[in-house]
Ligand binder design. Structure first.
Ligand code: MIG
Length: 628
């Protein structure tokens, strides 16, 4: 059952697609306090699931989180928010219920952080609709919620292949040689991603003619090899007279405005830039139609970045900071002054003051960005999805985004942004997946090998062994970091076997994915969801159910060659070792399972179809498969 409580919503976020009558009275079991917080007293056994891609465990209890889309480049444990605002939270204790806080502004979830037995959820404003969902089981609650927010995005089949990305492939030849090295090593590959360097001066929908002289021909060349090119699109548009995207948007009034009604100018990759107003349906449609420049030359998918929106600085704040620095230029630089200067510069990035200084022109009226901040990346994804559906009506396009809000799950997937080449981030990624799935984001994955920092061969092997199971399987790294492609560490055999295993499992993974979409279900589930009466299953933080038949328990510690695995029922262990598959029956309970470097081990409840190895998804056999 779903109950809806309406406070003072001033804008329809569009997150919800189903009509639910308004409920009177108080939103039990929460108590709404006089100072505007929703409070719930938790029993000792109460566990908390949800919050999408938030950091920390599968069970979110014990920390404090913000629903606030944040360009956060360092995903350490102390962070309260990443790129998505996914305000769905499920309590499993004396009471079992979920709550969705549909609020486009900021909200804080103190989940036993201040007081360990109390959850205090505080919206910054009451521009809010609250949905309380109760049901027969954890799965039932989630699927009712998912029916409320509408069917998840369904990517093309080839998007289940493996993709290679790197910020730093700057020219055609870098991409071609990446493809060649995969081909030479016999490693399957379906996609190579183009990061901002393919553009001319970081201008959206432009292509550098120097570095990619004929992208259309090059995309066709790659496609004939079974590899699709997937370019990035950034939210901000370079402010440059003579650049048609800027000129048109400026003339039509499609960019966000400052208090005086002038285009609000920010600094991002292209330098001085302006922000398309994705809350204005006309502007949104106009921006979406710009993707045509790339779909016309054969591009079939995109990733949308910097759409929190990420701001390095605003023109106004930068000028103020420069003034401040000038005023301080004649003082002696003692330590405090030094730190003060440094903070002045640091504060420029993604500053709340800037978010308070520009405005959207939505159908309901004019809104200060800060008050509707969390809708920006979501509406950018919708803009692209709507246009791509029109531009390429016959086939789905690949689309995923960095920033998101619930609602965006209908239009694209998400990747989990700028993680690091750290062992802890394999586990972090595993723990993000079920939360994302609850919120409808099924097509997701993390940068394999880690985005920031330097990857090592063993880290890449273990990370990839987990990512074999994530719908989005993409290796991506930051500019200036050590190479971490499957061919970068000398011996390629081990990577060939792991990626080959992914392809062998695609029929199972794809079918499970489709089922999750169609049934409003979860592709990845915490064990607690499938084994509600099993007290141990509910405590397992490093294993997941994948589809109806599989369970995974990856290695995520440096130099570990075995780990404890909990089997909530009798299962078969499936082991891929040097390309060979073997199975072994195991009984319910704890096992210490050995996983030598390069082996991939997972667990099955029922027979699993295996396709023969293939070099890409178009060569993949989907029917009449061997089951193991
Ligand atoms: O400020 O386009 O998360 O995947 O490689 C960094 C460059 C901008 C952030 C994305 C990352 C991408 C990078 N971008």
């Amino acid at each position: 059952m779903i109950k809806r409580y309406s406070y003072s919503p001033i804008i329809d976020t569009g997150a919800v697609v189903k009509n639910i009558p308004l409920s009177e009275g108080s939103p039990t079991p929460f108590i709404l306090t006089g100072d505007g917080a929703f409070v719930y007293h938790m029993s000792d056994k109460c566990r908390i699931y949800g919050l999408g891609e938030a950091t920390r465990g599968i069970n979110k209890r014990g920390w404090i989180y913000d629903g606030w889309c944040t360009d956060e480049p360092l995903h350490t444990e102390d962070k309260r928010a990443l790129y998505g605002a996914h305000n769905f939270i499920l309590f499993d204790g004396e009471d079992r219920f979920a709550a969705f806080f549909d609020i486009p502004g900021k909200i804080t979830f103190d989940l036993g952080y201040t007081e360990s037995d109390t959850a205090v959820i505080t919206p910054e404003s009451f521009n809010l609709e609250l949905y309380i969902v109760t049901g027969d089981s954890l799965k039932d609650i989630v699927s009712q919620f998912r029916a409320l927010i509408g069917k998840s995005y369904m990517p093309p089949k080839w998007a289940f292949g493996y993709g290679q990305s790197r910020w730093g492939y700057v020219k055609e030849e870098d991409i071609r040689s990446c493809a060649d090295r995969y081909t030479d090593a016999g490693i399957p590959l379906d996609m190579i991603y183009l990061d901002i360097d393919y553009m001319d001066r970081f201008m959206d929908f432009s292509v550098s003619s120097e570095r990619f002289p004929d992208l259309e021909a090059f995309a066709a060349e790659m496609k004939s090899r079974g590899i699709r090119l997937i370019p990035i699109i950034d939210a901000a548009v370079k402010k440059l007279d003579g650049y048609s995207v800027y000129d048109e948007g400026h003339e039509q009034g499609y960019f966000c405005k400052d208090a005086d009604g002038k285009d609000f100018v920010v600094g991002v990759w292209p330098g001085m830039s302006v922000l398309p107003d994705f809350l204005d349906p006309e502007a949104s449609r106009w921006f979406g139609m710009q993707y045509k420049a790339l779909t016309d030359i054969g591009i079939e998918g995109f990733w949308n970045d910097m759409n929190e929106p990420a701001l390095f600085y605003s023109e106004k704040a930068l000028n103020n900071a420069i003034e401040e620095l000038k005023n301080k230029s004649d003082i002696s630089l003692d330590a405090l002054n030094f730190f003060g200067l440094r903070d002045t510069m640091n504060r420029l990035q993604n500053s709340p003051d800037d978010y308070k200084s520009f405005y959207h022109n939505a159908p309901e009226g004019r809104f200060r960005h800060y008050d509707v901040h969390n809708l920006y990346g979501y509406k950018m994804t919708k803009s692209a999805f709507d246009a791509l559906t029109e531009l390429r009506p016959d086939e789905p396009s690949l689309l995923f985004s960095r920033a998101s809000y619930i609602g965006a799950h209908r239009y694209g997937g998400v990747w989990t942004g700028d993680n690091h080449s750290w062992w802890s981030h394999i586990l972090q990624s595993l723990q993000q997946m079920p939360g994302l799935n609850m919120c409808g984001f099924l097509y997701s994955g993390s940068d394999i090998g880690g985005f920031g920092g330097n990857c090592t061969r063993d880290l890449l092997i273990r990370w990839m062994s987990f990512a074999v199971f994530t719908p989005l399987m993409r290796n991506h790294a930051a500019f200036g970091t050590r190479s971490q492609e499957a061919f970068a560490f000398g011996d390629t055999e081990v990577f060939r076997h792991i990626i080959e295993l992914r392809y062998r499992l695609i029929p199972y993974l794809y079918k499970s994915f489709v089922k999750a979409v169609e049934s409003d279900g979860m592709f990845f589930r915490p064990l607690a969801f499938d084994y509600e009466d099993d007290g141990i299953a509910a405590t397992v933080e490093d294993q997941l159910m994948v589809g109806d038949s599989l369970m995974i328990a990856p290695i995520y510690r440096q130099n570990a060659v075995a780990r404890h695995v909990y089997l909530p029922e009798d299962m078969r262990l499936i082991r891929m070792s040097k390309g060979d598959i073997s199975t072994e029956e195991l009984n319910k309970g704890w096992h210490y399972v050995s996983v030598p470097m390069g082996d991939v081990v997972f667990f099955a409840k029922s027979p699993i179809p295996f396709a023969p190895p293939a070099m890409n998804t178009s060569e993949l056999q989907w029917e009449n498969l061997e089951t193991l």
